[in-house]
Design a binder for this molecule. Structure first.
Ligand SMILES: Nc1ncnc2c1ncn2[C@@H]1O[C@H](COP(=O)(O)OP(=O)(O)OP(=O)(O)O)[C@@H](O)[C@H]1O
Length: 805
């Protein structure tokens, strides 16, 4: 007999078996129905509404695992665009951090819904919230969007509605986003307010070139897969070159505005070390542009043993002898960007392709080279259209302008300036035609003074322009002015004695007129004994091209006159009265006066030496090279380079390209310095080092012995400037000698040493050159009592420390 327990078990088994049979049968039936009967027939059989007519939903959760669900974010952004016009009773308003009030966005509250209509279909977005505040603090609330719609529209929703919504959100976010401009300051990226609104539509350039650049940019953006597959850094390099004012910076802005990429404008001169550079590069966001303008002038300090090569480093003292080339920078960029970051663009711009490290121009280094040239007629028409609306094809001046543009070189910036002058298109076009005619005839409004006034204008407009460094430079100027005042007070006893000599000594002949310009004057320091014709030094004083004055040569004039040498201190126009061209022309005229008239003052016209200090060394070297070029080409000249026995350059700079950043760092604003030098395009012309490199052997053969003298602790113009110039001179076969004064600063060799009295190394070296063949005079000088001290040692020491030079 079965026990009650076994009965129960039996009943349980039977139930399970029956249930399994029912389930199995149901499954079989389902399978059969599904296989044999179509969906609609089944629905009809069961009296259900057709599947397509039922409500379907897509659930979009806020998080996908630990990460934000990008579809949710897009949905949220999309829904917010529906809210303003929707009858939703409760909404919340949000403002993205740092955005302006115009960017207030509306958002749904959980538990509310909004209806959208697309292609005649109604779609409901409902927001709900799950989870909430956790006990131990924190919040795990998660929001969910449910998009529901009639099942008949399923294909349309998935195939058209959702993609269109996503695209709209992407377009909106791009549209809202203002590309930012950053510049580096003290090792950090700082946003800059100044923005260039240029776009490819407003940029006048060759149409084929414009299309090529845009296509290249778009291809770059769409090649994520390609870069990932090939393992290359997702970056692209553009090298933009062309004369000033042709739109290089505007092209960068157009690229940035096209891609909506931020621009990081890297000022290499302000980068203090390789580590700082690396940090700056790492801190750039994705989808951004690294811009290095004027790469021909760029130099940056790097740690000892860092990337090698490159031009001399004119950075701070602590960075002496530390260099990184642009190729080094490129290597760093390659290394960092291939391991982190993507969608990065690197842009170099320059006006001087010839000044560049060849390695940079090697194919493959920069992906695309873009030349921005002078204005052509097509681009001119575009400019007219930009500034005055669609251009009238039949404007009567167009044929003439088209012909003129084929003959004269004019930068788009110049024409843009003219077009802006008036709202009257006809009058503006007439102004442009006049500019072109004048240029062709060589009779532009400001004639010879064109450069000066043009650059002065730019300088003053540059001064009122927003400049993120202005505060720092302003502070630097103030502190340097204070230092200069204290420096002058400390050395005042010496200056007063020299001043007394200058004004009251019968050995000084002041302000002899040598030309027609206002500052065409020179002072003569004449030795007591002129019974025999004396050697002559034509001296051009320093003063940063701004504060040069002939009297600054009084101490040197006195010292040399005491040793039998006539010194002629040549004054010249300073900035802004004149620019470098005027200064060089004045100096040359002064030298000419000396060469042609010095015999009447007791000088020996066969023993003329040229000397310049600091800016004066630069100006006189330019005058010398200019004259040599003229002389070798057979032009008529008023003095001959061969009349100069030796050129002495004291603490000078001879490659201006390398000094722009250095001076800017030391407080001589770049725009002012460029104005003094008549703009970037003139830097090579006024860099004797470059002129020498480009000179023929006939020109070099004309040059006298060149003696370059420099203190090794000169921070105003580092001694490497003389060193490099000496090297270049020697390489081209000129006679050059470099004399370095260990531990001496910019003013030590010229001011403090002579004020100290006793032996003066610089004067001794000059004398040894001038009297090299004159043993009797050398003998005489050796027994002449050394000059007496003019200032106490403590004052000199203190002045040296405080010196702003
Ligand atoms: N190709 C151009 N199309 C339209 N405007 C231009 C063009 N080139 C210059 N401009 C106008 O001239 C101004 C100065 O041009 P931009 O600074 O871009 O020239 P640049 O070549 O970078 O000059 P620089 O070498 O002196 O820095 C621009 O703000 C713009 O108004």
């Amino acid at each position: 007999m079965a026990s009650p327990n076994s009965e129960t078990l039996e009943r349980y088994k039977n139930a399970i078996t029956a249930a399994s049979s029912v389930v199995g049968a149901a499954m079989l039936l389902r399978r059969f129905v599904a296989d044999v009967l179509p969906d609609t027939a089944l629905g009809a059989l069961l009296l259900l509404p057709p599947a397509s007519a039922r409500r379907h939903s897509v659930v979009i959760e806020e998080f996908d695992g630990a990460f934000y669900n990008r579809v949710f974010l897009a949905a949220k952004a999309y829904v917010s665009t529906l809210l303003a016009a929707a009858p939703v009773p409760l909404m919340k308003a949000t403002l993205p951090r740092g955005a302006g009030a115009e960017q207030i966005t509306l958002a749904m509250r959980p538990g509310t819904a909004v209806v959208d209509v697309f292609d005649g279909a109604e779609l409901t977005w409902r927001l709900s919230s799950h989870g909430g505040r956790r006990r131990g603090g924190g919040d795990d609330a998660r929001e969910v969007f449910k998009l529901s719609f009639d099942g008949r529209h399923k294909d349309m929703v998935l195939g058209a509605y959702l993609p269109a919504g996503m695209a709209r959100v992407a377009a909106l976010s791009q549209g809202h986003r203002q590309a930012k401009l950053y510049s580096n300051e003290w090792g950090k990226w700082r946003p800059v307010r100044l923005r260039n609104a240029s776009t490819f539509a407003t940029l006048a350039m060759d149409d084929a070139l414009r299309q090529a650049v845009v296509a290249d940019l778009d291809r770059f953006l769409g090649r994520k897969e390609y870069y990932a597959r090939t393992g290359r850094a997702w970056k692209r390099g553009y090298f933009i070159h062309g004369p000033p004012g042709t739109g290089k910076s505007s092209l960068v802005a157009a690229i940035s505005n096209h891609l909506r990429f931020d621009v990081y404008d890297l000022e290499l001169g302000s980068v203090r070390s390789n580590t700082e550079l690396r940090k700056l590069l790492i801190r750039m966001k994705n989808r951004s542009i690294l811009l290095i303008e004027d790469v021909d002038c760029a130099a940056v300090a790097a740690p000892r043993g860092g990337a090698a090569g490159g031009g001399p480093d004119y950075g701070s003292t602590s960075s002496m002898n530390r260099k990184v080339t642009l190729s080094g920078l490129l290597n760093m960029v390659d290394g960092l960007w291939s391991s982190s970051g993507h969608e990065r663009i690197l842009i170099f711009t320059t006006t001087h392709v010839d000044q560049l490290d060849r390695a940079l121009l090697r194919p493959g280094r920069m992906d695309m080279h873009v030349h921005m040239g002078y204005l052509g007629f097509g681009a001119f028409r575009e400019l007219v259209a930009t500034y005055h609306g669609a251009a009238d094809d039949a404007h009567p001046l167009f044929p003439e302008i088209e012909a003129l543009l084929r003959e004269v070189e004019v930068a788009p910036a110049e024409v843009a300036e003219k077009l802006l002058v008036t709202d009257d298109a006809g009058a503006a076009i007439e102004t442009v035609a006049k500019l072109l005619r004048d240029r062709k005839a060589g009779t532009e409004e400001d004639g010879g003074g064109h450069h000066s006034s043009h650059w002065v204008r730019i300088t003053f407009s540059g001064l009122v322009h927003y400049d993120p460094e202005r505060d720092r430079l302003g502070y630097q100027w103030m502190s340097q002015l204070l230092a200069l005042t204290i420096y002058a007070i400390l050395l005042m006893p010496g200056f007063l004695q020299v001043g007394y000599y200058y004004f009251f000594s019968s050995q000084v002949r002041r302000s002899i007129v040598y030309g027609e310009q206002p500052r065409n004057r020179l002072d003569l320091y004449i030795p007591k004994d002129i019974s025999r014709p004396c050697p002559v030094v034509a001296f051009v004083t320093g003063g940063a091209w701004i504060i040069g004055y002939k009297a600054w040569g009084a101490l040197l004039g006195r010292r040399l006159a005491e040793r039998g040498i006539i010194v002629a201190c040549i004054d010249y126009r300073n900035f802004p009265q004149g620019t470098i061209g005027d200064m060089v022309s004045d100096a040359s005229q002064g030298i000419s006066y000396v060469c042609n008239n010095i015999a009447s003052y007791g000088g020996d016209p066969n023993r003329i030496y040229l000397m310049g200090q600091s800016a004066g060394a630069h100006i006189s070297a330019c005058a010398l090279m200019d004259q040599a070029v003229k002389e070798s080409s057979g032009q008529s000249i008023s003095w001959s380079v061969t009349q100069i026995k030796t050129y002495f350059g004291l603490s000078g700079g001879y490659n201006i390209h390398r000094l722009v950043d250095h001076f800017h760092e030391r407080g001589l604003n770049r725009s002012i310095f460029l104005s003094i030098m008549e703009g970037e395009e003139s830097l090579s012309r006024y860099s004797p080092e470059i002129v020498v490199k480009q000179s023929s052997s006939q020109i070099i053969a004309l040059l006298p012995l060149i003696v370059l003298m420099h203190g090794t602790e000169d921070y105003s113009i580092p001694s490497s400037a003389s060193q490099t110039f000496a090297d270049v001179l020697q390489q081209v076969g000129a006679q050059a000698k470099l004399l370095l004064y260990e531990g001496k600063t910019h003013t030590d060799i010229f001011l403090q040493d002579p004020l100290r009295g006793g032996r003066d190394p610089l004067v001794e070296d000059v004398l040894s050159v001038i009297y090299v063949d004159d043993e009797i005079t050398q003998e005489k000088i050796s027994v002449t009592p050394a000059p007496r001290r003019l200032v106490f040692e403590w004052q000199l020491q203190l002045a040296r420390r405080i010196s702003p030079f």
